[in-house]
Design a protein around this ligand. Structure first.
Ligand SMILES: Nc1ncnc2c1ncn2[C@@H]1O[C@H](COP(=O)(O)OP(=O)(O)OP(=O)(O)O)[C@@H](O)[C@H]1O
Length: 253
């Protein structure tokens, strides 16, 4: 797919190939997330969606190609990994979890200000958990814990917000409340990229969609990306994947 670049791009992907131990998971992806856009990343299991988010967040080095942040820096990125990747046995309470959103400003051993504690309380109220400050995170339901992680994102105040399956295994009420938070971010012209599986939810709430099946099937306005033909093509590509594929030799997208 040809690279689309514009002056208001916040993140540009240049012929990006990603993988693990040199096995490619995402091939030759080019394109851009515009500043202030709200984009769903959709595709079959194993399509490379989480891998792409990790590369944008800077936690996975590309095998080839580049992720270029234009007008933003790594510290402007907030990343919500899948719940399965977060250890909730760690003995920490809700307030301290939310305050971790301040760490880039505070540093690991810096003192948290009274104002920052107030902001954490405001963020908890905004996600429907007022008064939960002293609960241990291990005592929360999955939905409550996701609300806490969204409160942390609110405190982080990031320009680019990456969400990996934020509503998977989350109840409908919590999903609706957290979608309101996503809408609020969009209204504030933050750039949001969310990996999602619920196509109807994407059609209803996400203006742009990248349909990924190891390579981009489509990256456009959601209705243009999620056509029956494109979804069929993504499924067909998933069925043809070879998990033991060797490094990709193609040099141009
Ligand atoms: N840490 C890892 N080590 C080795 N291979 C990995 C690792 N993480 C992912 N992969 C592989 O990379 C490919 C893409 O995985 P990824 O998790 O990015 O897909 P996904 O689209 O997010 O899938 P899902 O919808 O199931 O979460 C898969 O073949 C997967 O097995």
């Amino acid at each position: 797919m040809a690279a689309r670049t514009a002056p208001d791009d916040l993140v540009r992907l240049h012929d990006l190939t990603l993988g693990y131990r040199r096995h490619p998971a995402v091939h030759h992806l080019s394109g851009a997330f515009r500043a202030g856009s709200l984009t769903a990343v959709v595709g079959p299991n194993g399509a490379g969606k989480s891998t792409l988010l990790k590369a944008i967040a800077g936690t996975l080095r590309p095998l080839s190609g580049r992720v270029v942040l234009t007008g933003a820096q790594r510290r402007d990125i907030a990343f919500l990994p899948q719940q399965a990747e977060i250890d909730r046995s760690f003995p920490i309470d809700v307030l301290d979890t939310v305050l971790l959103g301040h760490w880039r400003r505070v540093g690991l051993f810096g003192a948290v200000t009274r104002r920052q504690i107030e902001q954490a309380g405001e963020a908890l109220a905004a996600v429907g958990l007022p008064g939960f400050e002293r609960r241990p995170i291990g005592a929360l339901s999955a939905g409550q814990f996701q609300r806490v992680l969204f409160a942390r994102l609110l405190v982080q105040d990031a320009r680019l917000i990456l969400l990996d399956e934020p509503f998977t295994a989350i109840d409908a009420r919590t999903t609706a409340d957290l979608l309101d938070v996503v809408r609020r971010w969009h209204g504030e012209e933050r750039t949001v990229v969310a990996v999602l599986h619920d196509i109807e939810q994407v059609r209803a709430h996400f203006p742009d969609t990248l349909l990924l099946a190891r390579e981009a099937i489509a990256w456009d306005r959601t209705d243009d990306s999620l056509t029956a033909a494109n979804l069929k093509r993504a499924r067909a590509m998933a069925e043809a994947w070879d998990e033991s594929a060797t490094p990709c030799r193609r040099s141009t997208p």
